[in-house]
Design a binder for this molecule. Structure first.
Ligand code: ACO
Length: 322
């Protein structure tokens, strides 16, 4: 029988420092009311100067390994989704491998902005299905606060820091039922983060901060996530009523509510972390998954739909029988 990927452990990490909307209102011309009404966010976590994507990934990964009850040395593949790696190279995944004291396993990063962890899950699923890996560690880790312009009210209200992790193991029963990932590089100007050191001339002089045309991104996200719901259910011959939980990328409550409505799910069937975490980019789906599993809402045998949309544009889903 074909190998399928089962979740055997999850973990998460959030930095200690909480930055509230009121604190941001002292930095830029905004208000708690405006931010909460437009986004659903009240506060976000901000990493300390000593922390990095790799250090947060390590804590989340160690928790997932402990919950899975495996030895780190059993891991065959580490995929880290991040848009805020500590270094251009080596990859954050290689740095994490070293921190976990694993001597020899395949380790690499995936860069798909906010869709990163769904892309990473899809890659992990392919490795397990083909028999190339037996145990896989997938991590989403982001230190968004370092690439946010804290004087730009249109972006600084949105993002936060953190890391989520999951261990997948090959079993005979699914597990991950299917993953669906997409990219369309035609929308670079709507959402990007320059890398001034290596940028082409036109963006060389820009600081390395997130640039976003939020309203246009918003509309694209709602439409695209609606389509991915249809694609995912059709591929599995399932109805909307078969889905027990939506575990969405946490960008904006209104985007998430539109996807829930499309699925005819009540917001009680959506794992929400946005209010006190903000948008942690590629970490958000795995942080929400960890929260839903660890607090007992998501139960074995239930069907969960993970989805994300981000810069690229990139978007994707994973349908999982937990
Ligand atoms: N406080 C007060 N007013 C503000 C703020 C703020 N923080 N930010 C913008 N405004 C103002 C604008 O200047 C504008 O004023 P004007 O009408 O006088 O011009 C007005 O509010 C409306 O601005 P919009 O940008 O149209 O506001 P919108 O309702 O679209 O909300 C938001 C903005 C929250 C950013 C929303 O567009 C959004 O969430 N977009 C999607 C973000 C997203 O999903 N990104 C993808 C993932 S991120 C990744 O991949 C890295």
């Amino acid at each position: 029988m074909k190998a399928r990927a089962k979740i055997i452990g999850t973990g998460g990490y959030l930095p200690d420092t909480i930055r509230t909307n009121d604190e941001i209102s002292e930095m830029v011309d905004t208000s708690d009311n405006w931010i909460y009404e437009r986004t659903g966010i009240k506060s976000r976590r901000i990493a300390s100067a000593e922390e990095s994507a790799a250090s947060m990934a390590e804590i989340a990964a160690k928790e997932a390994i402990e919950v899975a009850g495996i030895d780190a040395g059993e891991i065959d593949l580490i995929v880290v989704a991040t848009g805020t790696p500590d270094r251009v190279y080596p990859s954050t995944a290689c740095m994490l491998q070293h921190r976990l004291d694993i001597r020899d396993c395949v380790s690499f990063d995936v860069q798909a902005a906010c869709s990163g962890s769904v892309f990473a899950l899809s890659i992990a699923d392919q490795y397990i299905r083909t028999g190339a890996a037996d145990k896989v560690l997938v991590v989403g880790a982001e230190i968004c606060s370092r690439i946010v312009d804290w004087s730009d009210r249109s972006t600084c209200i949105l993002f936060g820091d953190g890391a989520g992790a999951v261990i997948l193991e090959a079993t005979e029963e699914p597990g991950i039922l299917s993953t669906h990932i997409h990219s369309d590089g035609g929308y670079e100007e709507l959402l990007y983060c320059p890398n001034p050191q290596v940028a082409k001339e036109s963006v060389k002089d820009q600081p390395g901060f997130i640039q976003m045309r939020g309203n246009e991104v918003f509309k694209m996200a709602v439409n695209t996530l609606g389509r991915i719901v249809d694609e995912t259910l059709a591929a599995n011959g399932l109805e909307k009523t078969d889905v027990d939980w939506l575990v969405p990328h946490q960008a904006n409550t209104r985007i998430i509510a539109a996807t829930a409505k499309k699925l005819r799910l009540s917001m009680d069937q959506v794992i929400m972390t946005l209010e006190n975490q903000g948008n942690t980019s590629s970490a958000s789906v795995l942080l929400a998954l960890n929260e839903g599993i660890r607090d007992g809402r998501i139960q074995r045998g239930q069907i969960i739909l993970l989805e994300a949309f981000g810069a690229g544009f990139t978007w994707g889903s994973a349908l999982i029988k937990y």
